[in-house]
Ligand binder design. Sequence first.
Ligand code: GRG
Length: 309
Amino acid sequence: MTEFSLSYQEALRHEVDAALDAATRFGDGCPPRLADAIRYSLLAPGKRLRPLLVLLACEMLAGNRQHALPAACAVEMIHTYSLIHDDLPAMDDDDLRRGRPTCHKKFDEPTAILAGDALLPLAFEMIGQLEPPKLVGQCCRDLAVASGPCQLVGGQMDDVAIEKGIGDWRTAPEASRELMERIHLRKTGALMRVSLRLGGLIAGATAEISKQQLDFLDEFGVAFGLAFQITDDLLDELGDEATVGKRLRKDARKNKWSYPTLLGVDTARAEAKFFVQKSVDALHHFSSQNNAAYQTLVQMTEHLLKRQM
Ligand code: GRG
C-alpha cells in the first residue's frame, strides 16, 4: 500500500470519526449513561470499513464525499448497533470487541440493548440530513431494506437459530456451503453492498451515474462481502486475539459453520483469493476513473488477503 493511499484512507477515517463524534453530542433528554454507552461503542477503534466504502464509491464516481458523510455515519451506526446486540449474552455472548470490554460488560445489559436500539433510528436521522433532500427517500428505503428482516436481521436470525437450535432450525440442518453463504450474504454482505450503493446514489446527485454503474458497484459489493467474510473466518481460526481485538477460535469451539471449519484452511484461503479477484474484476469496470478512490478500493480489496484485524 502506498504512503499516499494510506494517508488518504486515514484522512477519510478522521472525517468519519469527527462526524460520528459530532452526531452523538446529545442535548437534553438523552440520559448521560445512554449517551456514554452509545459513544463508547460507536467511537471505539473499528476499521470504519463500511463508511469508507460509502465515501470511496461516491468519490470514485466524481461525487463530493462531504455530501456522503451523513450516509457514512449511518452505516457505521447500524453496524455498531448490530455488534452491540450480537455481543449480548442472548446472542454470541462476547466480552471483547474492538479491543475493549463489550458494551454490556462495560455498562450493563439494559444499557447495551438501549444503546443499540438508539443507534438504529439515529442512523435514519443521519440519512434525513442528506442533501439534496430528494436523496433521502431512496437512501432511507435502501438502508432500511439492507438492515431489515430479509437482510442483516434475517441473516442473523438464521445464524443464531441454527447455532442454538431454535424454531425452524430445531433440527440442525446438514452443514451446507449454500446455506452458510446465504447467511453471510445477508448478515455481512448486505451492509457492505448498501454502503457502496449509497455512495453511488449520492454521487448521482451531482454527477451522471448510470444504472449499470450501480449494478457494477453491487457486483463488487457481493464479492467483497464474501471475501471479507472468508478472511474474517480465517482470522477467527488463525489470528491473534490482541491484534484482532475480539475473542477468537469461537467457530471451532462452538461447532459453528465457517469457511475453514467446512472447507479446511487451504481451500478457504483459495476461496478468499477467488472472491478478491472477482471483486477486483468488478472494480475494473471503473478503471477509466483511475482516481485515488478507485485505486484505494482496489488496494483495500487486495489487502483483505493480508488482514491481521
Ligand atoms: C444483531 C441484527 C444483528 C446482527 C449482527 C455484526 C453481526 C450481525 C454479527 C457479528 C458476527 C460476525 C463476526 C460477523 C462477521 C462479519 C462482521 C460483521 C465482522 C465485524 O466487522 P468489522 O471487522 O468490525 O468491520 P469493526 O470493529 O472493524 O468495525
